[in-house]
Design a protein around this ligand. Sequence first.
Ligand code: PRP
Ligand code: URA
Length: 218
Amino acid sequence: MPLVAPLAQFPLFYCVKHPLIAHKLSLLRDKKTPAKIFRELVAEITLLIAYEATQDLSLSEVSVTTPLENMLTPMLTDRYPVIVPILRAGLGMTESFLQLIPEARVGHIGLYRDEESLQPKQYYFKIPQKSENSAYFICDPMLATGGSIAKAISLLKERGIQHITFVCLVAAPEGVEVVASAHPDVKIYTASLDRRLNEQGYILPGLGDAGDRLFGTK
Ligand code: PRP
Ligand code: URA
């Protein structure tokens, strides 16, 4: 198994270890990596992590006829997952989930961090109807203070959603602690647990502002 749970006190925190993820993440961190390559790397790393993060999806036995005979065989059936990117940067991860699970539905949560207070400000919320019993996968490349993802999880729980997994690319220990104490039932998957936050709430060594690098806004 390529998974390790590096922090004994957070049993639902998984850092996915794989040479391809490590290599691609190093390229992603490089400030010289242009937006086009950055977007491709975000998508590729997400694909590799999503494979692990979806390992508990429930299956039903369905009848399939092969060229030779009938059989009962497992499939994802009625309750397809819901993918929820946190805007903006989570958008860069969404297509990878949809490649793996084309039947998934997509919700959107719009949040930005106030530059002074670092508190998340909500500006959009839309999730699929009748999806309370679905497995939800929230995606956002960065888990920094944890304010944004903690808020996103609370918004989903207020609507009765119970099965929530968070997939990010880089996590700070401070943010993992915030999520694990506010939402100890939520699994977190990441490609890296970085060192710490700086005074402006950016992850060290990190990769900078994920939204700006994805969309070329700075
Ligand atoms: C970034 C990132 C997360 C958030 C993480 O988004 O994509 O959503 O910050 O920080 P936190 O853990 O301290 O809350 P940002 O607020 O910069 O918005 P953007 O994606 O629109 O740039
Ligand atoms: N948001 C980002 O995009 N990067 C960080 O390092 C912290 C928050």
